[in-house]
Design a protein around this ligand. Sequence first.
Ligand code: AMP
Length: 187
Amino acid sequence: MNVIIFGPPGAGKGTQAINISKKFNLYQISTGDLLRDEVKNKTEIGKDIENIISKGDFATDEIVNELIKKAIFDKDKKNKLIFDGYPRSLSQAKNLELLMKDSNQKIDFIFFLNVSKETIISRIEKRKILEKRADDNLTTILKRYDTYMMTTKPVLDFYSKKPNFYEIDGSEKITEISSKIEQILSV
Ligand code: AMP
């Protein structure tokens, strides 16, 4: 089973992805984590990525598509993928379709966690205290939201037409969201 979970920054994608991956024995593929690893490991593209993330911009499709390809073609992870934070643009969504086809896989479930801008802002403000991520300040949050709306909205339009698309109210309690998702995945 392969799953996509997407939604605006602060919608709780990461938390839900971790939960689902544990319960259903899937590998969480977070492009945010993969990008932060490049920064941490001081790779050649790490410096560029650091700049991009701190400004609240998106990494280029080229960089992200390359990182994601490795995970998709990893034999151990075949049909055990949960995508968190990818795809974020229409071109990434189309690239994902190609990569899935080429690796003889398909996406079984697509979840969109929908939350308002106000909920996101208050959640990220709270997370700042817990995690102190460098990209978590209000200006960056708003920039990330706007970038999201601009480039990810077409992804929503693309996926919402599919029969395996599920919109989930992301403003509910974490446990409630989890149980809704689990119910759908268990059918
Ligand atoms: P996240 O941890 O998913 O919130 O991602 C943190 C940051 O990494 C984002 O604000 C983007 O700058 C970058 N990023 C993560 N995933 C992608 C993606 N699929 N495409 C482009 N940039 C991404």
